[in-house]
Design a protein around this ligand. Structure first.
Ligand SMILES: CC(C)(COP(=O)(O)OP(=O)(O)OC[C@H]1O[C@@H](n2cnc3c(N)ncnc32)[C@H](O)[C@@H]1OP(=O)(O)O)[C@@H](O)C(=O)NCCC(=O)NCCS
Length: 180
C-alpha cells in the first residue's frame, strides 16, 4: 500500500532499506530521540521481514516526492481495542525541520482513523524532545501522562510523555490538521 502526502510518499519497507536504517541508528544525535539502540544489518532485515508479514504492523518508509528515502513511520495496531501506537523518525538529518514529519504524520493519521477505523492513536516521547512534542501537539495529541525517569540511557534516567488522540478529536480538528 502506498499513501500519498503533499511532500512525502509513504511506501512499504524493502529489505534494501536496511543498510540506511543501520547507518541512521549509528548516529547518536538521531538515536538519542528514540527508544531503540544501535542495530545491525541482520536485525534490521529481520525486523523488515517480520513487519511486512504482520497484519498488525503498518510500517512505511518515508520517501520525498523525488523518491529519496529519509525515514520510517508506522502504526502498531491493537485491533481488539481499535487503537494503535505511533512511531516516526526521519533518519536523514538534512530533512529535519522542513515539514516532512508534519506531512508524514498527517498522512498516516488520516489512514489510521479513516481507512483502519481506529478509535485512538497513542505515542510515547522523551520529555526533552521538544520538536517531536510540538509536532504531536500540532496534530492534536494531548498529554495524557508523564512517566517519571522511565528510560535509562548513558547513566541517566529520562522522563517520557504519553500522548493520545481520539478519533472524534481528530475529526473535529481535521481541516486544520490537514491544512498545516
Ligand atoms: C520529530 C520529527 C519526526 C519531526 O519531523 P520534522 O520534519 O523535523 O518536523 P517539521 O518540520 O514537520 O516540524 C514539526 C513541528 O516541530 C516544531 N519544530 C520544528 N523544528 C523545531 C526545533 N528545532 N525545535 C523545536 N520545535 C521544532 C515546530 O512546531 C513544527 O511545527 P511548525 O510547522 O508549527 O513550526 C523529526 O525531526 C525526527 O525524526 N527527529 C528525530 C527522531 C525523533 O525525534 N522521532 C520522534 C520520536 S518520539
Amino acid at each position: 500500500m502506498i499513501l500519498r502526502g503533499r511532500k512525502v510518499i509513504l511506501r512499504p519497507l524493502k529489505l534494501s532499506d536496511a543498510p540506511r536504517i543501520v547507518k541512521w541508528m549509528a548516529d547518536p544525535s538521531v538515536r538519542k530521540f528514540l527508544s531503540m539502540g544501535r542495530v545491525t544489518l541482520q536485525m534490521e532485515r529481520k525486523w523488515i521481514r517480520e513487519t511486512n508479514k504482520d497484519k498488525n504492523e503498518k510500517g512505511f518508509a518515508i520517501n520525498t516526492l523525488d523518491e529519496k528515502y529519509i525515514g520510517n513511520v508506522g502504526l502498531h495496531l491493537n485491533p481488539k481495542n481499535k487503537n494503535a501506537s505511533f512511531g516516526i523518525f526521519i533518519g536523514d538529518k538534512r530533512y529535519w525541520n522542513s515539514g516532512y514529519g508534519t506531512d508524514a504524520m498527517r498522512t498516516i493519521l488520516k489512514y489510521g482513523f479513516e481507512k483502519l477505523e481506529l478509535h485512538k492513536i497513542s505515542l510515547n516521547v522523551y520529555a526533552h524532545n521538544q520538536r517531536a512534542i510540538n509536532l504531536y501537539l500540532d496534530m492534536g495529541f494531548k498529554l495524557a501522562g508523564i512517566k517519571k525517569e522511565d528510560r535509562y540511557r548513558n547513566d541517566k534516567f529520562y522522563d517520557t510523555y504519553y500522548m493520545e488522540l481520539l478519533k472524534n478529536e481528530w475529526q473535529k480538528d481535521k481541516k486544520k490538521i490537514m491544512a498545516l
